[in-house]
Design a protein around this ligand. Structure first.
Ligand code: ATP
Ligand SMILES: Nc1nc2c(ncn2[C@@H]2O[C@H](COP(=O)(O)O)[C@@H](O)[C@H]2O)c(=O)[nH]1
Length: 193
């Protein structure tokens, strides 16, 4: 579906699974009131404490495919086999209508697609883990995925790490507090420009 990408600003956080983008995005939402989170649609079931309409719109596979048919998604992807994720155009419109800057937590291909769609109104940030070993440890210690899913995410991470130079800014997430402060400074500057 075509939509007016000049309606407001966007900050996109992308990274391989486990790099820490959700942690940093949640920190920013607590610190920068001009930001509002783009709640993605997805086809998977809620995990742990996740709430429908807060963490994701949990549509199931059929519900998600219906949104594709309706042209309701600005971008979407089958991020892992049989699991669809995407950005509803209505989310962007809702947030921009409220006069806020959209903040995204999306995978690397989704982030680059959004950067292309939104153009100069987007700041695309790649969250870089300090090493591949650190990424693997973070994913394991989070204890949310099966071994099979961890292996799938790590295989994808190899390809995603090579795409870091295509982003506007590479944020090293070594020490979390330092990385959050740096992210906050970069985002505040972008919003004020
Ligand atoms: N700088 C850091 N040092 C150590 N642990 C961290 C750091 N940043 C995040 N973590 C931890 O690493 C794990 C992965 O972080 P997070 O869930 O934010 O990653 P993600 O990139 O959003 O992954 P996904 O794409 O799967 O949602 C979490 O348990 C988080 O607490
Ligand atoms: N292309 C998109 N990717 C998205 C979107 N929302 C989330 N994601 C990414 O999917 C994976 C898996 O997430 P998880 O919650 O199952 O761990 C992760 O990399 C997310 O960032 C989206 O709208 N579009």
């Amino acid at each position: 579906m075509a939509f007016d990408s000049s309606g407001g600003k966007c900050v996109i956080f992308s990274a391989p699974s486990g790099a820490g983008k959700t942690t940093i995005v949640q920190y920013l939402l607590g610190k920068v009131p001009e930001l509002a989170f783009s709640i993605s649609a997805c086809s998977r079931d809620p995990r742990g404490e996740e709430v429908d309409g807060q963490h994701y719109y949990f549509l199931g596979v059929e519900g998600f495919k219906k949104k594709i048919e309706e042209g309701a998604l600005a971008e979407w992807e089958e991020v892992y086999t049989d699991t669809f994720y995407g950005t509803l155009t209505s989310e962007l419109e809702r947030i921009w209508a409220a006069g806020k800057t959209v903040i995204f937590d999306v995978d690397v291909v989704g982030g680059l697609n959004l950067k292309k769609i939104i153009g100069k109104n987007a700041l695309a940030i790649f969250v870089q883990p300090p090493s591949f070993e650190a990424l693997e440890n973070r994913l394991r210690h989070r204890s949310t995925e099966s071994e099979e899913k961890i292996a799938m995410r790590l295989a994808k991470a190899h390809i995603e790490l090579d795409r870091a130079p295509e982003f506007d800014f590479i944020l090293l997430n070594d020490e979390l507090n330092r990385a959050c402060k740096e992210a906050e400074a970069v985002v505040r500057k972008f919003i004020s420009e």
